[in-house]
Design a protein around this ligand. Structure first.
Ligand SMILES: [Zn+2]
Length: 75
């Protein structure tokens, strides 16, 4: 049951308005992306079922428009 509550907490942290750009002070490592919904650097994890990389916190796909926009330096 504890695990389930944690999952709901994760969903609730998702921004209603995604970031349009990452803070200039943020330095991402090569593997990291800025998640516009979590407002933090995350390493997107490849989903074994769909083959798409997703944020491990909010489960957003790297193909999401806002994820692409906020990380425009790696397109
Ligand atoms: Zn996220």
């Amino acid at each position: 049951m504890d695990k389930q509550i944690d999952m709901f907490d994760t969903i609730n942290t998702r921004n209603e308005t995604p970031d349009k750009e990452m803070p200039e002070s943020v330095n991402l490592t090569k593997k990291q992306r800025w998640c516009p919904y979590c407002s933090k650097p995350v390493v997107f994890i490849r989903d074994k079922v769909s083959g798409v990389k997703r944020c491990p916190y909010c489960n957003i796909s790297e193909k999401d428009y806002n994820v692409k926009m906020v990380n425009n330096n790696w397109l």
